[in-house]
Every structure is written in structure tokens, then in C-alpha cells.
Design a protein around this ligand. Structure first.
Ligand SMILES: [Zn+2]
Length: 175
């Protein structure tokens, strides 16, 4: 991240209205230890991180619908009437936007979890941490899913319909 990107990020963080931030609704689970609550800056980062993730899911879902509609069109007589090259050109632009937003979401995610660990140094080496209701920060005691310290930043939690998995599907269909 260069200085300009860092300044953009700081501006973005300070632009979030603290009163509008929705907390997680996930309750503290078994084997989870609460270490405290997110501070205001980290609540803002949380908001940006969640917003970016949700937006990506919506985008991926829209792209999938668009792709499926196009495929369906190719199975009908209507196929002769449409401009296939124009469709693919549009899709390429959409995917570029998605890739850019995806990289931005990933940056926010990494910055967010790093900031949470810095707020609570006692969880710096915990492989799994999370945010629960009322902005509570937990570390998760799980021996069945050990991750080496430091590897947490690559844990992507975009799963389910309209996820990055679906996007991989879109990319496959394009070829
Ligand atoms: Zn076509």
C-alpha cells in the first residue's frame, strides 16, 4: 500500500458515521473467549469490511444471473438477434470492476483483522479470532482447525450462494 492509498483509506475510515454501524448478530459461542469490544476506529473498519464483503456478494450474484441469462439465450432462437461480442465486452468490464472491488475488500479485511489484533495484543498469536454481538471480540479455541499464527489474514469467509465460488464458475463458463 503506498502513501496515497493509505491516506485514501484513512479518509474512508473517518467518513463512516459511528451511529450507523450495525454490530454482528452472532452470539458468543462455546469455546470462544471474549477479550473486549472494538474501539471506535475498529468499529468503522468493521463497517467498511462488512459493507465491502456484502457488496461483493451482490456483484457476484448479479454477474452469475447475467451469465446464466446469456447462456439460456443461446439455447433459444432469440440467440440470432443479440450481439454476443457486445455482451462479452460488457462482461469483461463487469469482471474488471469485480476484481478491483475484490482487491479492495481484501485490503479492508486484512487491515481490519490486523487492527483488531493490535487493539488486543493478547490475541496477536491466536490463530482464530472473531467479532460477535455488541462488537465483542473473541478468540476461538479449536484444536481441530489449527492455523499457523499469521495465516489468519488469508482466511476468506465468502461462502454460500453469490460468493467468489460462484464467480469462479462464471469465469469457467466464459472460456
Ligand atoms: Zn451470446
Amino acid at each position: 500500500m503506498n502513501t496515497e492509498e493509505l491516506l485514501d483509506l484513512i479518509e474512508l475510515i473517518t467518513s463512516v458515521h459511528i451511529v450507523k454501524i450495525k454490530a454482528s448478530t452472532t452470539k458468543v459461542g462455546e469455546g470462544e473467549t471474549v477479550v473486549g469490544k472494538l474501539n471506535d476506529t475498529n468499529k468503522r473498519l468493521w463497517h467498511l469490511f462488512v459493507e465491502a464483503r456484502n457488496s461483493l456478494e451482490v456483484q457476484a450474484n448479479n454477474l452469475r444471473i447475467k451469465q446464466e441469462a446469456h447462456q439460456a439465450l443461446h439455447e433459444t432462437a432469440e440467440v440470432k438477434k443479440h450481439d454476443c461480442a457486445a455482451f462479452h465486452a460488457e462482461m469483461t468490464l463487469d469482471l474488471q470492476t469485480f476484481e478491483r472491488d475484490s482487491a479492495h475488500a481484501d485490503l479492508l479485511k486484512q487491515v481490519f483483522w490486523a487492527a483488531v489484533r493490535l487493539q488486543f495484543p493478547e490475541i496477536l498469536t491466536k490463530p482464530q479470532i472473531g467479532v460477535r454481538e455488541d462488537f465483542q471480540v473473541v478468540w476461538i479455541n479449536s484444536d481441530k482447525d489449527e492455523v499457523p499464527a499469521g495465516a489468519h489474514v488469508v482466511r476468506i469467509t465468502l461462502e454460500g450462494p453469490g460468493s467468489l465460488g460462484s464467480l469462479a464458475e462464471i469465469l469457467r463458463h466464459r472460456q
